[in-house]
Design a protein around this ligand. Structure first.
Ligand SMILES: Nc1nc2c(c(=O)[nH]1)N[C@H]1C(S)=C(S)[C@@H](COP(=O)(O)O)O[C@H]1N2
Ligand SMILES: [Mo]
Length: 186
């Protein structure tokens, strides 16, 4: 928390975070989203097929565990229920692992978390397609958890029986990264 006088002079806004030397390049024609693992029917969706799924819009705040936030971000994308309907997860499915095209970034959510009402896979931010630094063409949005759960450049979703530790979690951060209720820096 910053005193309000300080807040006014500290510029707000996004910090662009990466773990690899270069950001993935999105090619609309060759890009595919793979959905596999514990599903009856694995999916390989083109960008256009993804965009044809039921579209939702929401405005939510974004919080990085290091202390910066961006208020009122407008996201457009698809809910996990709508994405997974065609793949038909097995009854034993409990979690989703998000694999980024930016290696080796990964993270996971339980299905219960992924089905929370304000969680989505976003392809637009503030009314425009996601830019490359923000994870084009697809990122996870879970406003009630810290930014590190919001995987950018998602290219594969693995349905599994349990959540696994992600990139920051093997480095000591909480897997359940609830804003205000998790450990932040280990
Ligand atoms: N692939 C990938 N996704 C990522 C990260 C990253 O380094 N690589 N950083 C995470 C963290 S810690 C935050 S706070 C947000 C930052 O989002 P931004 O880079 O769009 O500002 O992305 C999250 N998703
Ligand atoms: Mo972050």
């Amino acid at each position: 928390m910053l005193p309000s006088q300080v807040r006014e002079v500290v510029p707000s806004g996004w910090r662009i975070y990466t773990v690899a030397a270069t950001m993935p390049v999105f090619d609309r024609n060759s890009w595919r989203l793979l959905v596999d693992g514990l599903v009856a029917r694995p999916l390989e969706l083109s960008y256009d097929e993804l965009r044809a799924l039921p579209r939702v819009e929401q405005t939510s705040d974004f919080h990085c565990v290091t202390g910066w936030s961006v208020d009122d971000v407008r996201w457009t994308g698809v809910r996990f229920r709508d994405l997974l309907a065609a793949a038909r997860p097995h009854p034993t499915a409990r979690a989703l692992t998000f694999v980024s095209a930016e290696k080796p970034y990964v993270d996971s959510l339980t299905l219960e978390q992924a089905y929370l009402k304000d969680v989505l896979l976003a392809y637009e931010m503030d009314g425009k397609p996601l830019t490359r630094p923000h994870g084009a063409p697809l990122r996870v949005v879970i406003p009630d958890m810290y930014g590190y759960k919001n995987v950018k450049w998602v290219e594969r979703i693995i349905v599994s029986d349990k959540a696994a530790d992600g990139y920051w979690e093997v480095r000591g951060y909480d897997r359940n990264a609830w804003v205000g209720r998790s450990n932040g820096r280990a």
